[in-house]
Ligand binder design. Structure first.
Ligand code: 2HA
Ligand code: ZN
Length: 265
């Protein structure tokens, strides 16, 4: 099998293509990183790296882990037609401060500028959930717009999203995290995002976009689709609302679906 045909690589190609088509990833917006398990890559990836990227944050907990990751400055629109230059497969080096390129970035590219946020969030999620695999970031339109109009308060944002669609409290009972605007692309926003990832699988970045995390691509993508749909319903109904989901109904849903929801209603 060619490396580009590994199931996780194929899934990342499909994911980025779908995200682009949804309008979530204009230009070079958005980035994805997904853990590939050894059973999947062991007979295909080379042992020796093609190139090595160095970073300043501590990724000791990820040493030896292998990721499919989108490239810095790359356009999701183009992943499908040229995966071998828009995607890379990297392994975290033994020093915990490097990423060893094993495949991809054929035109000299490098991992996403949001690599710190991705890796630090992987660390946080893996501590909670050993089956965790996926971190994805995008500029989902209505979700991003929501960060301009709701109070900068994650409980208020969570309640609003829960009320906009019946499935929400079941899909993300823990709520969503929110970070006010920060400079993107560095260790500071990475640390802040990873801190939120200790409690949430969705983290909104004010005036920028959203991170979604999960055990599988379907789960992380489905989570962001659900959040985005709910944010869209919010804007469609603003100024027109006659009735909405009540707190009692939210509690009834949480009980019926046996989810441990954040007690903010
Ligand atoms: O890669 O979305 O957050 C472009 C971005 C940065
Ligand atoms: Zn972004």
């Amino acid at each position: 099998m060619r490396i580009v045909d590994l199931p996780t690589v194929r899934e990342v190609i499909r994911l980025t293509t779908n995200m682009y088509r949804l309008g979530w990833d204009e230009r070079n917006g958005g980035n994805v990183s997904v853990i590939i398990d050894p059973e999947e890559y062991q007979n295909y990836l080379p042992e020796n790296p093609i190139r090595v990227f160095h970073f300043t944050f501590d990724a000791t907990e990820l040493i030896g882990k292998v990721f499919v990751v989108t490239g810095t400055g790359k356009y999701f629109k183009n992943v499908e037609v040229a995966p071998e230059s828009n995607l890379g497969i990297v392994r975290i080096g033994k020093d915990g401060h490097s990423a060893e390129l094993l495949w991809g970035f054929e035109d000299g590219g490098a991992p996403t500028g949001e690599f710190p946020s991705h890796m630090m969030s992987h660390i946080a999620r893996l501590r909670i959930d050993p089956k965790h695999h996926v971190v994805m970031h995008c500029h989902a339109t209505h979700t991003l717009a929501l960060t301009y109009v709701l109070p900068p308060d994650e409980d208020e944002i969570t309640r609003t999203l829960w009320r906009m669609s019946t499935e929400c409290i079941v899909v993300f009972p823990e709520g969503v995290g929110y970070l006010p605007w920060m400079l993107c692309g560095g260790n500071d926003i990475g640390l802040a995002t990873a801190k939120k990832a200790e409690h949430y699988r969705v983290v909104l970045w004010g005036a920028h976009g959203v991170f979604g995390m999960g055990e599988t691509i379907d789960e992380a993508f489905g989570l962001l689709e659900t959040v985005e749909k709910s944010a869209q319903i919010y804007f469609l109904t603003q100024g027109h609302v006659r009735q909405s989901i009540t707190n009692d109904q939210l509690k009834e849903l949480a009980e019926a679906f046996h989810v441990n929801y954040k007690k903010i209603i």
